[in-house]
Design a protein around this ligand. Structure first.
Ligand code: T4K
Length: 404
């Protein structure tokens, strides 16, 4: 049971009892049906078929293709490798336009293929590539546009596709966060030349580690398949080049089982987002990013924007929450363009929206680890923190910090 706070001294930061006895994490894996999962793993063990296009993998690929309404779903060991395989199959060269406001893995995948990220700013309203900035960044060196559907919120796909078509370059998507999200009524997965999902343990549908490349392009899918298996087509046929990017059967067992329970999980997370929102609706300076247009989102990430009116910075709030056993995240600080080696590419690069977002966003726990009562308790704590941020006996004062 959460321990509510009556005074500032009750905060764990100042010696009080933490709100939660056990830590709550952003990204706690969801395991939706233990019995079904262990049955599938037992079957794989009994069959002694553990990897290399096993029956669970083939079933998982078919079921995801059906779920996404896409022709091909190619399972890979993780999304980072999926992005690399895609860049390889499309024979990308030179520079790739992408946001800096994404997980560092997006940039690493391109860099590992010998490509140079060309970072563009994002839209304040949806945290994904700003089409106007993309248009300005096009040069003859740019071989692709890589959009990221951050927090599962779709990019401005039509606008980005129009730019890609005008310049005759592929549009591809890092859809790591976006399984089950949709754009104009169609599930993410069929847009651009291909979209790459992550099935990492922390994601909306997890397969321990894993990724999926989704595409409607038969020829591209045909080229991609052997690349994940060293370029081996069959016993007698070797093609181009390749790497080991295969997914094993235990991962496929987890992916399949969690896919079957996706809508239950989505409903649960929507309940949490609503509980957070309701608990915070009278608190100034904190606003949900992911609760708007919720019908299009998988609702996996609960993302909040902190404004100066709250009275404490995002990092101060996070410090207080951690002591209460609430491990909020500050994804994706500091922005890829400020990380080596990219910070040396163009030291003068300024991305104002990205730079404001990396300092102002806080992600809160979701998933089956918590119930609506817990989300209400977290929101109540945040409201309490906001109410007592300032003033003579306020938190800011006790932190020893000047007022904002
Ligand atoms: N593109 C985007 C936009 C991405 O966000 C990602 C991955 C990728 C591409 C690449 O996808 P993959 O190649 O991974 O398939 C985590 C994940 O490792 C990473 O997959 C994910 N994005 C990113 C958003 O989150 P970290 O550095 O935050 O990991 P870590 O270890 O701090 O864990 C995150 C939280 O989850 C912690 O609060 C603890 C909790 N957790 C984690 C694991 C693994 C658990 O409670 N149990 C667990 O088993 O990157």
């Amino acid at each position: 049971m959460p321990h509510p706070k009556k005074s500032v001294s009750d905060l764990a930061l100042f010696g009080g009892q933490p709100l939660f006895a056990e830590p709550l994490y952003v990204g706690r894996p969801n395991i939706c049906d233990h019995d079904a999962l262990f049955r599938r793993i037992q079957d794989a063990v009994d069959l002694r078929w553990l990897t290399n296009d096993g029956p669970l993998l083939l079933e998982m690929e078919a079921r995801f293709a059906e779920f996404l309404a896409v022709k091909h779903c190619i399972a890979v060991a993780n999304a980072t490798l999926g992005l690399q395989l895609l860049a390889h199959a499309l024979e990308l060269k030179g520079e790739v336009i992408m946001p800096s406001f994404t997980f560092i893995g997006t940039a690493r995948a391109m860099e590992w293929q010998g490509l140079k990220p060309r970072f563009c700013d994002v839209l304040d309203s949806r945290h994904s590539l700003d089409p106007a900035a993309v248009r300005k960044a096009i040069t003859p060196n740019v071989s692709a546009i890589l959009g990221v559907h951050l927090w599962g919120m779709p990019c401005m796909i039509d606008e980005l596709q129009a730019i890609a078509d005008q310049y005759g370059i592929p549009l591809i998507f890092d859809a790591a966060h976006a399984i089950g999200s949709s754009y104009k009524g169609e599930r993410i997965g069929r847009f651009g030349r291909a979209e790459v999902f992550s099935l990492h343990a922390t994601k909306a549908i997890n397969a321990l580690e894993g990724g999926l490349i989704a595409t409607d392009d038969d020829e591209l899918a045909h080229r991609l398949c052997p690349v994940r298996n060293y370029g081996i087509v069959d016993e007698n046929t070797f093609e181009g080049t390749g790497v080991n990017a295969k997914m094993n059967e235990f991962s496929a067992a987890m992916g399949l089982t969690n896919l079957e329970h996706f809508s239950l999980l989505q409903t649960h997370n929507r309940g949490l987002q609503a509980a957070y929102m309701t608990g915070l609706d009278k608190t100034d300076g904190i606003q949900s990013v992911t609760a708007a247009n919720i019908e299009n989102h998988n609702s996996h990430y609960a993302v909040f924007r902190i404004y100066p009116e709250f009275g404490l910075s995002r990092d101060e709030i996070r410090e207080i929450l951690v002591k209460e056993n609430i491990f909020g995240k500050r994804y994706f600080w500091p922005g890829c363009h400020r990380c080596p080696p990219y910070n040396n590419l163009d030291p003068a690069l300024s991305l104002p929206v990205t730079e404001a977002l990396v300092d102002g966003l806080l992600q809160l726990p979701t998933g089956l680890q918590i119930g609506a009562d817990d989300a209400r308790a977290i929101a109540g704590l945040l409201a309490f923190i906001g109410k007592h941020a300032d003033g003579k006996d306020g938190i800011k004062h006790r932190f020893g910090l000047p007022p904002v």
